[in-house]
Design a protein around this ligand. Structure first.
Ligand SMILES: [Zn+2]
Length: 537
């Protein structure tokens, strides 16, 4: 029988076959890397099947949707080409085809390109591209009526996405740990990561750069007779509000802060469910409803406004980065022992306080904002976030493989990180108290997002906002004001403490900071300034 006579072959049949072929033959590197991790972490090697299924369903979803029209052969050819291309580079060099790789490739000259030619490359292109594409163009594929085609293709796409969700939840313990720890393995997912990189590359190349947007150009400070402000804003990491005993948690996770005169808001919504979104968003004028990450880098944020008004700003980072917030102010990396004097297995948040007296004395009594970006409670290796002396809640989970610990062990490991943050924040307050006679001092602590600790079988964070539980979106926000600030702004602390149940959000940070620094500008919204919750009207 010649392949021309395969009368049953339809576009959806070739879509399914292609997804299967590419999953099996073009993803060796991803499976090999995953296998090494599985062996190293003592997980069952059977999880490879889960990963393969995950890869197949994801690929099928895209192929089914994109091949429901008459030109479906060309789309399949593009998939095979991308698969051959990235499988060759991944299997030969362990290279991931990302946006930067494509930028490099576009700048490669002919000689360099010829230097890559090899028998191996020819083999990959023959087997993974030329051969399957030849068959697809050669066989007779019955073109069903449009309605039928659309029905079949969307049906298969829907079925694959539903199966994908079921697979995800059925093995969420494993998959969440795996994706968090082994994100880079997933970037070998072929050819989806390459096609995505191509999209990013063309988008970056062809979209014209937007104009940089300025905000608060009218900002200025009127306070010739008062003391200057010294504010420390602590940007927390992965702390959830309900694990603070200040917010009525049953375990005593705030033994130190509870003896300070702090105000803890317990009904605060985060802007996003990840550091990447929440950190820029809390400094953005747009607020939760209008914030778009893609626009953030092209517009000014709170730090720019404060700088224009004359505030000296220092950002110290013991997390991954400022996510673009501190691009135009003084930035110091505290993940490295070169800057951070308190490092054991890792550099500790408390190290960010060292040398600050020196910095303050150099600013000659002008307004100062210091932002400290914590490592905080970043998971899943919670146990690594605290020195031994803070591992008070026991037994605690001692691995990043959360599926190997009980919920109680995970909870204890997590609560120990809150205990350490309690210590860190109380040291910030102690530090500020030294300056109370010369500065109007304040500390604001707010976490970027919370964390799922196994509730409903979900771990970590980063789910789309509408799917995320309160564990992830309800963040702690704690204020401490020095006597000098309380007096000059006429704040009634008891009145303020009565308002801590009020539903608020990350949007309040922007305006509260404008208020504390007495920055006059049209973009200031008094109703979103937390200080005014404590001022009688
Ligand atoms: Zn975060």
């Amino acid at each position: 029988m010649s392949i021309k006579k395969l009368q049953w072959s339809t576009s959806i049949f070739w879509a399914i076959l292609s997804a299967l072929f590419i999953t099996i033959f073009a993803n060796f590197t991803m499976f090999a890397k995953a296998n090494i991790w599985l062996i190293g972490s003592g997980s069952s090697p059977l999880y490879i099947v889960v990963l393969a299924l995950f890869q197949f369903l994801l690929l099928l979803f895209f192929i089914a949707l994109l091949t429901m029209h008459k030109g479906h052969r060309h789309v399949l050819a593009i998939f095979y080409f991308a698969a051959a291309f990235s499988a060759y580079f991944a299997d030969s060099y362990g290279v991931i085809i990302d946006k930067d790789m494509l930028i490099n490739a576009a700048e490669t000259n002919v000689a360099e390109a010829l230097g890559l030619l090899s028998w191996r490359l020819i083999f990959y292109f023959t087997f993974l591209f030329a051969l399957p594409v030849f068959v697809i163009y050669k066989v007779k594929i019955i073109l069903q009526p449009a309605r039928k085609r659309i029905l079949y293709h969307s049906g298969v796409a829907l079925l694959s996405i539903v199966s994908l969700i079921i697979t995800f939840f059925a093995s969420s313990n494993f998959l969440t740990s795996f994706f968090r720890e082994q994100k880079q393995v997933f970037s070998y997912s072929n050819p989806l990561s390459t096609l995505y990189a191509t999209y990013q590359f063309t988008h970056k190349t062809f979209s014209s750069r937007k104009l940089f947007k300025h905000i608060g150009d009218d900002s200025h400070i009127l306070e010739p007779f008062e003391d200057p402000e010294l504010v420390i804003l602590v940007v927390g990491e992965t702390a959830r509000a309900d694990r603070f005993s200040l917010n009525s948690y049953r375990k005593n996770t705030n033994p130190l802060l509870s003896s300070e005169s702090v105000v803890s808001f317990n009904n605060v919504s985060s802007c996003g469910t990840s550091t990447r979104i929440s950190v820029p968003c809390m400094f953005s004028i747009e607020g939760k409803d209008k914030f778009e990450l893609s626009k953030f880098k092209d517009e000014e944020n709170f730090l720019d406004v404060a700088k224009k008004a004359g505030v000296n700003i220092l950002w110290r980072d013991n997390n991954s980065s400022s996510k673009g917030v501190a691009n135009r102010v003084t930035y110091e990396d505290f993940l490295t022992p070169q800057n951070n004097p308190i490092c054991d297995q890792e550099c500790r948040d408390i190290g960010m306080l060292s040398g600050l007296d020196d910095y303050i004395s150099k600013q000659k009594k002008s307004d100062i904002l210091i932002v400290l970006h914590q490592m905080g409670s970043h998971g899943p290796a919670y146990f690594e976030r605290t020195p031994e002396s803070f591992q008070k809640f026991k037994p605690y989970c001692k691995t990043n493989q959360l599926d190997q610990c009980t919920n109680e062990e995970i909870s204890n490991a997590y609560d120990n990180t809150i205990l350490y943050t309690d210590f860190f924040l109380s040291e910030v307050v102690k530090f500020l108290k030294k300056y109370d006679d010369r500065y109007e001092t304040a500390m604001i602590y707010v976490s970027d997002h919370g964390e799922s600790l196994g509730e409903h079988g979900i771990y970590l964070h980063g789910m789309p906002y509408f799917m995320a539980s309160k564990d992830v979106t309800n963040v702690p926000l704690i204020l401490w004001f020095g006597e000098d600030l309380i007096k000059s702004q006429n704040i009634d602390m008891n009145l303020l403490k009565q308002k801590t149940n009020k539903p608020i959000s990350h949007d309040y940070i922007f305006h509260t900071l404008l208020g504390i620094f007495d920055i006059k500008t049209d973009i200031y919204k008094k109703e979103k300034d937390l200080m005014f919750f404590g001022i009688k009207r």
